[in-house]
Design a protein around this ligand. Structure first.
Ligand SMILES: Nc1ncnc2c1ncn2[C@@H]1O[C@H](COP(=O)(O)OP(=O)(O)OP(=O)(O)O)[C@@H](O)[C@H]1O
Ligand SMILES: [Mg+2]
Length: 270
C-alpha cells in the first residue's frame, strides 16, 4: 500500500499538481483555468489547494487573506497530527458552485520550515492523509505549487497522481524538466503512481518554439498534452483582474486551448 493512501482504493478524487521549478511560466494560470473549466464548464466537483505562499490562486478565487487559515493549518494543525482542525473545516466555498478552495498566504513559508524541523513525524505524507478525509466529496483536486521543492510541495507531490509541468520556451526548458523528473523519481519510491505530463504554455509560432515542442514530443521521453496553450495578451489581463482566464475571456485562444487540455485530462482520468 502507498503511504497514507486508503487500502480499499476508495480514493475517488484525482489529485493533480501543477509544478515546475521555473517561475513565471504559467503554473497558476494553468491551475486556475483547469480548475475553472472542470468545475464550471463540466460540472465536476473541484477542490483547489494553494501550495504557493504567494497565494496567487487564492487571489483568483477571492480567498486570499494575509492572516487567514488554510494550507498552513492543514499541514501543521490537523487533528491527524495532534491539532484541532479536520480537513473540511479548512475548505472555503468560492463564488463558483462547483469549486472550493483551501487557500494559502505567506505563512506557508514558515510551515515549510516547521515541517522540515519535525523530522521524527510523518512530515511528507500529512497532506495525503488529510485529503483522504474529503476524497469522496470531490472529483478533482487541483494544486498550484510554488517553484521550490519545499516540504509543502513535496507533500502535494506525494498525494498527487499527476504533475502537469508547464513549459514556456525561453531557455533552459530541458534543464528544468530533467530537474523535475529527477526529483520525481526519488518521490516515486513513496508514491509510485506519480507521473508527469508537460504542457506548452505561452506558445508562439516561431522556429525555436516549434523546435522545443517537437523535441519534447518526440525525443525528450516526457509525455505531453496534445494541446499547447497559445500566447495571448488576454491571459495577462485576466491575471491583473484576478479572474480565471476562461471566465475573463471565454473566446480567447488560450481559453480555447485550456478547454482542449481539460478534455484530455477528463479522458485520461475517467
Ligand atoms: N498563455 C499565456 N499567454 C500570455 N501570457 C500568459 C499566458 N499564461 C500566463 N501568462 C501570463 O504570464 C504571467 C505568469 O503567469 P503565472 O502567474 O500563471 O505563472 P507562474 O508560473 O504561476 O508564476 P510564479 O512562478 O510567480 O508562481 C502572468 O502575467 C500571466 O498572465
Ligand atoms: Mg504561480
Amino acid at each position: 500500500m502507498e503511504a497514507g493512501k486508503e487500502e480499499n482504493g476508495g480514493n475517488d478524487m484525482k489529485i493533480i499538481a501543477v509544478m515546475s521549478p521555473k517561475g513565471g511560466i504559467g503554473k497558476t494560470t494553468t491551475a486556475d483555468s483547469v480548475a475553472y473549466i472542470l468545475g464550471q464548464e463540466h460540472g465536476k466537483r473541484v477542490l483547489i489547494l494553494d501550495g504557493d505562499p504567494q497565494g496567487d490562486t487564492s487571489k483568483t478565487f477571492d480567498a486570499y487573506e494575509p492572516e487567514g487559515i488554510g494550507m498552513s493549518e492543514l499541514l501543521e494543525r490537523h487533528a491527524n497530527v495532534g491539532g484541532n482542525y479536520r480537513t473540511s473545516e479548512l475548505i472555503q466555498v468560492t463564488r463558483y458552485d462547483h469549486i472550493d478552495i483551501i487557500p494559502a498566504n505567506g505563512y506557508l513559508m514558515r510551515t515549510d520550515m516547521n515541517l522540515m524541523l519535525k523530522q521524527e513525524e510523518n512530515q511528507v505524507t500529512r497532506l495525503c492523509d488529510a485529503l483522504s478525509e474529503v476524497s469522496d466529496a470531490y472529483d478533482y483536486c487541483i494544486c498550484d505549487c510554488g517553484r521550490l521543492f519545499d516540504m509543502v510541495v513535496i507533500n502535494i507531490l506525494l498525494a498527487a497522481s499527476l504533475i502537469i509541468a508547464p513549459v514556456k520556451v525561453g531557455g533552459f526548458e530541458n534543464e528544468a524538466l530533467y530537474n523535475l523528473a529527477e526529483q520525481v523519481e526519488d518521490l516515486k519510491e513513496i508514491n509510485p503512481d506519480l507521473s508527469i505530463k508537460v504542457v506548452m504554455t505561452m506558445r508562439q509560432k516561431n522556429k525555436t518554439s516549434l523546435q522545443v515542442e517537437d523535441w519534447i514530443r518526440t525525443s525528450s521521453g516526457f509525455q505531453m498534452f496534445t494541446t499547447p496553450i497559445r500566447r495571448s495578451i488576454v491571459a495577462e489581463k485576466a491575471s491583473m483582474a484576478m479572474m480565471p482566464l476562461p471566465e475573463f475571456s471565454r473566446r480567447s485562444i488560450a481559453s480555447q486551448d485550456y478547454r482542449g487540455m481539460v478534455e484530455e485530462i477528463i479522458e485520461e482520468t475517467s
